[in-house]
Design a protein around this ligand. Structure first.
Ligand code: KG4
Ligand code: ZN
Length: 340
């Protein structure tokens, strides 16, 4: 090869999805595959960590093989390996790290530990029409709700986060209260669609005081109390909950944008798949001459493409780990990352 093309293999196994991605420095994303464990955990109403780890072990090598075959390359063509080191479930993370470090050791190539939320944060940059730095990022997943000042890759300042439940978690718990299956977010959104009007005025937690932190556990309680009183109005409760949660996010996004010099909002993580959220944030951005960017639907929730992509950036920066030690960081702050 004349000039060097780098090919980064990305491995995601932090929760209930095994995701593989391959990112080429010359062609961009050239393959990605996902196995979702939703059916495995559905009977339990939530993720069972031990079952998650066991299933990642079963899936990860076949998924790597099919991704290599989709990309029409061999394992030996890979020039670097990225894996999600955290935050996430320890046993699940160990699977990704063990396979990543084994590959890097056996091929004599560098490996890099990727922060799961940095993966989400950078996912919109995989799209053709993509945001430019700096921007405000809203990260909304099952485990996190964060507003982040993003000056560049790795240069993150957390402006606000949830003091209790993450917004995705509040969707999931409210869905459970309403008798919907796991994961509840998409099911609740589907049920809410049946209502055109908003019957109940749920609170907008913490919007009446300054600051950018969130609290969503009260909304779920509000939903429960309403459901006990009027169990026949499930779809109205779903709608009122969704509107309250999303409006709360919108108010804080607007506040963050107006408190900055930025006019770009990046929204990522599982809840960014929500269509009402996208409409609401687009409308708000229009009013203040800003613009919102999202990943494509399939890259909102957990996936390997975003890990390959974030890993590609980190491998290029050379600030990488090449001692092949298995590394997991189940608790890991986004602010501990170094700028590249
Ligand atoms: O990013 P993700 O796949 O996993 C974590 O890193 O947590 O996010 C999953 C979360 C779940 O709470 C799920 O219910 C929520 O994203 N979610 C949604 C929608 N799709 C996924 N919440 C609301 N509306 C949706 N359409
Ligand atoms: Zn995630």
């Amino acid at each position: 090869m004349g000039h060097k093309v780098s090919l980064t293999l990305g491995i995601e196994s932090s929760c209930d999805e095994t995701g593989i991605g391959i990112y080429s420095s010359s062609e961009g994303l050239i393959a990605h595959n996902l196995f979702s464990q939703v059916k495995i955990h559905a009977d339990y109403g939530g993720v069972v960590p031990e079952l998650a780890s066991r299933d990642h072990i079963q899936r990860v090598i076949p998924l790597i093989k099919s991704s290599l075959s989709d990309a029409k390359i061999n394992l030996s063509d890979i020039t670097g390996v990225a894996h999600t080191a955290g935050p996430g479930l320890a046993g699940a993370l160990l699977v990704g790290s063990a396979i990543a470090k084994s590959i890097s050791w056996s091929l004599g190539i560098p490996s890099v530990e990727v922060h799961h939320m940095e993966g989400h944060l950078l996912a919109p940059l995989l799209e053709e029409d993509c945001p430019e730095f700096p921007f405000i990022a809203l990260l909304v997943s099952g485990g996190h709700t964060m507003l982040v000042d993003v000056k560049g890759v790795g240069d993150y300042t957390i402006l606000g986060e949830s003091l209790d439940d993450a917004v995705g978690e509040a969707f999931d718990k409210t869905a459970k209260i309403l008798g919907l299956g796991y994961p509840g977010g998409p099911a609740l959104a589907e049920l809410a669609k049946q209502c055109k009007t908003i019957k109940y005025k749920f609170p907008r937690p913490m919007t009446d005081r300054p600051g950018l932190d969130f609290s969503f556990s009260g909304l779920k309680t509000y939903a429960r109390n309403t459901f006990i009183k009027e169990p026949q109005n499930r779809s109205d409760i779903a709608k009122s909950f969704e509107v309250a949660a999303i409006q709360t996010l919108m108010i804080k996004c607007r506040r963050a944008l107006e408190g900055s010099e930025y006019s770009t909002l990046v929204v990522s993580g599982g809840v960014s798949a929500n269509l009402y959220l996208r409409d609401t944030l687009d409308e708000m951005c229009k009013k203040i001459n800003a613009r919102a960017f999202y990943p494509r639907q399939e890259f909102c929730t957990d996936n390997g493409a975003m890990i390959a992509f974030a890993g590609h950036y980190r491998l290029m920066s050379k600030k990488i780990n090449s001692d092949h030690k298995i590394v997991i960081k189940p608790r890991w702050s986004l602010e501990d990352l170094s700028a590249i």
